[in-house]
Ligand binder design. Structure first.
Ligand SMILES: [Cu+2]
Length: 115
């Protein structure tokens, strides 16, 4: 009687899953990245930024007064940070994330996260 899976079938299957795992890992590694938003003259630059899932966005304050980053749905909320201070957040889900400065709510920005 012939076995349903021979040893060779099993080896091929193992190799295939390894290749698949490597591909998934590579695509994740490629998706993960970094992006920067500058805070200058009471404005976020760029005001709207598009990134891939897994990207860490860093806001850096180039003004001489403190600012903070407050996501509109409460997803993240930084402390106030002063000149040359920064705050980072890693986006793990797709979507559009509107935020303001907690100290100056007229300062608005947006991060668009794509797959
Ligand atoms: Cu501010």
């Amino acid at each position: 009687m012939k076995a349903i899976f021979t040893r060779r079938d099993f080896a091929r299957l193992s190799l295939a899953s390894l290749v698949l795992a490597a591909a998934v890992f590579q695509s994740r590694a490629r998706a993960a990245g970094k992006a920067d938003v500058k805070i200058d003259n009471f404005a976020f630059a760029p005001e709207a930024l598009t990134v891939h899932v897994g990207t860490t966005v860093t806001w850096t304050n180039r003004d001489d007064i403190p600012h903070s980053i407050v996501e509109s749905n409460g997803l993240f909320h930084s402390q106030a940070f002063d000149t040359n201070g920064s705050y980072s957040y890693t986006f793990s889900k797709t979507g559009t994330y509107d935020y303001v400065c907690g100290l100056h709510p007229h300062m608005k920005g947006k991060i668009i996260v794509m797959p």
